[in-house]
Design a protein around this ligand. Structure first.
Ligand SMILES: *Cc1c(COP(=O)(O)O)cnc(C)c1O
Length: 433
């Protein structure tokens, strides 16, 4: 398998270049040169396979030219060392709980896979890698945790000041050692822009071996496709006959892009539902065919506050630049904070299910879709543990919720972060210091 940057499609590169060394410039939007398909026999066995077995089978399709079979097995098994349960919420609605990893958000899947893959790809190089990553909340913590103490790799995380939850901030500012955090006086879009500027800066590249850990990196997208196969397999075990629709609470649209890749590999998903908060650029596009990026607005589902989703360009490639094709596969819905809070309350009082604000948006979109599609099983991705957004969730429930040990342990830790304005020269000075 070779890869290509969607802005330079004629040049084919190997895996190392696609995820590690070639990510600079042109936003680093690499794609596999084709989407591999899985055999009918794989889908027949699917309900019997473990999450790790599924991950290995899918990963081999993309990595086997560049990574040994043993390394692929180790990377996948170590990355996916936590459960991803499919929980029945009511009748035909299920929640795929992606938050049982160490930092309690789905970002752990991609970050843990990526950290292990980078180690393998860099093992014969003496150069130190610097990972630069912007976070709207959960990526930073997951990347920090995944790369903490990894030999030869240091991480710098940019986050928007005052726009991540207190617990999210602690997750990315308290580890120390090879992990450092920079608080940016601005929005997530500013952080993302600064990272893009760094990757476009040739003079910086000459001094540092920079790599990206944002969802633009294919090394995160590939593992995120695994759990779509897993989810469908678990749903088949419970109800074989129905079509399956999957609702994805979306910000940068990496998660849904991974799902579309799984679908193109042969996984029968009848419909994707792109669920957003007020940052509704993609749902609007699906309605009227106009893609109009905007400044992001702040919401209670902060990890989805993205005004110009990075992976939209990949989605266009996957649908051959056709609005009609994309519209036929994806329905878009968006919801206000008020609706989201009401959904958190409703899910609890009616079904005894506690959702986080992102999962609640996914649920709302799924419920809206299923109103018209009766004979469909719906799955929404529950992308973070509700305790990560404790203030919002407790207010919506008028009740205290339990805090997992992984989060409560953070309370006593000291935040350490640099602080800059949304100004590239200030970032560059810190990176070169
Ligand atoms: C990152 C994140 C999202 C959005 O995922 P994308 O891949 O950027 O669309 C949704 N929910 C949570 C909790 C997240 O951390």
């Amino acid at each position: 398998m070779k890869f290509y940057n969607i802005h330079k499609p004629e040049k084919k590169v190997n895996l190392t270049e696609a995820v590690l060394t070639g990510i600079q410039g042109s936003e680093g939007l690499f794609m596999p040169e084709y989407i591999p398909t899985l055999l009918d026999s794989f889908f027949e066995q699917l309900p019997q396979l473990s999450l790790q077995e599924i991950g290995i089978a899918v990963a081999e399709k993309f990595l086997s030219e560049d990574v040994s079979k043993t390394d692929i097995q180790n990377i996948v098994s170590e990355a996916l060392n936590f459960p991803i349960p499919l929980v029945n919420v009511t009748e035909n609605i299920y929640s795929l709980e992606l938050f049982h990893g160490p930092t309690l958000a789905f970002k752990d899947v991609g970050a843990r896979f990526m950290a292990r893959l980078f180690s393998v790809l860099n093992k014969n190089s003496s150069e130190k890698i610097k990972i630069l990553v912007a976070t709207s909340g959960d990526t930073g913590g997951a990347v920090a945790n995944a790369f903490f103490n990894v030999e030869g790799i240091s991480v710098t995380i940019l986050y928007p000041s005052g726009k991540v939850s207190a617990l999210q901030e602690k997750q990315l500012t308290t580890l120390g050692k090879n992990i450092s955090a920079i608080e940016v006086n601005g929005t997530f879009d500013d952080c993302q822009r600064l990272v893009k500027q760094a990757f476009a800066d040739v003079s910086l590249q000459q001094k540092l071996k920079l790599a990206s850990a944002n969802s633009i990196n294919l090394a995160r997208l590939i593992p995120q496709s695994f759990y779509y196969f897993w989810a469908v397999a678990q749903a088949w075990k419970q109800n074989k006959k129905q079509a399956i629709a999957i609702s994805v609470p979306s910000g940068n649209f990496g998660n849904i892009t991974a799902g579309i890749i799984a679908q193109k590999m042969g996984l029968p998903i009848s419909k994707f539902i792109a669920a957003t908060n007020a940052n509704n650029i993609v749902p609007q596009y699906l309605l009227n065919g106009n893609y109009e990026p905007k400044a992001s607005v702040q919401t209670i589902s902060n990890a989805m506050d993205v005004g110009n989703p990075s992976n939209f360009a990949r989605m266009k490639v996957l649908f051959e630049n056709s609005w009609e094709q994309m519209k036929a596969s994806i329905n878009g819905f968006y919801f206000s904070d008020k609706e989201t809070k009401a959904a958190i309350r409703n899910l609890y009082t009616r079904f005894n299910y506690i959702a986080d604000p992102h999962g609640a948006v996914g649920y709302l979109a799924l419920a809206a879709y299923l109103k018209e599609e009766k004979n469909t099983t719906g799955i929404f991705l529950e992308t973070a543990h509700p305790a990560k957004f404790i203030d919002v969730v407790e207010e919506a429930l008028s009740e205290k919720i339990e805090i997992p040990q992984a989060l409560s342990a953070l309370a006593s830790k000291q935040k350490v972060a640099g602080k800059i304005d949304a100004d590239y020269e200030q970032l560059k000075a810190i990176l070169l210091a």
